[in-house]
Design a protein around this ligand. Sequence first.
Ligand SMILES: O=C[C@H](O)[C@H](O)[C@H](O)COP(=O)(O)O
Length: 262
Amino acid sequence: MAAELSPIDKAKFVAARRAVDFVSDGMKLGLGTGSTAAWMVRCLGERIREEGLRVTGVPTSRRTAELARQVGVPIQTLDEAKWLDLTIDGADEIDTQLNLIKGGGAALLQEKIVATASDQMIVIADAAKEVAHLGAFPLPIEVIPFGWRTTMALVEETLVSLDVLNRECTLRMTGDRPLVTDESNYIIDLHLKRIGNPRQLALVLNQIPGVVENGLFIDICDIVVIGQGDGRVTVRDINSGSETEGRVDLTPNDNIFADLGD
Ligand SMILES: O=C[C@H](O)[C@H](O)[C@H](O)COP(=O)(O)O
């Protein structure tokens, strides 16, 4: 029996299932990370099992690689795939220009590399992720562990030089230890409340020695699919300017819960 999903999981599920309609036979896909992207990987597995869809996925984290294996999505490394047709991923915030904050799950570095190596990026999310201005969600930056305190001080100085008012920076912890990313780095979260100029901030942060990458995705996302708990989905395409409304069957196939142990 399939478990009853919470409204937020229903919203994530319908966004994921709608986005998987954009996948066609033979595609090389970037597989995002996080709870919404996990639904997309499960939906892909469902299409592979039921329709014989042939795709190859490049996972953006160890977690996603493990899930892909569990649900039967064939995977490759990015260097094996070289270039991808489409990446589907979640986001922590999406603004009206489809600029994003990502990295709440600490996978921003691999996610940005994979999305940038794709012809197209589709972001899937529940409606709560849509914002007028980025920044209420803390902006993650991935930093080299060596000298991270110095790097954090340089980040704070940079924020002062940009006249950013709220500029508290915190090292992300897991228990009493710094969180370590898949690439063996640390994450510093920037509590900015509102980002006035995301494009400028993204460029300036990456100039600081010790900063590997920041979680601002500027001009990378092409299409956003927003799900609602009642099954409604909105597809917004930044290139064509189109917006279409639809509805997705809320009943996941029981097989889709295989990895959840239901
Ligand atoms: O590092 C993690 C990713 O950027 C996620 O895509 C993002 O945090 C959204 O995750 P979720 O779908 O769990 O809200």
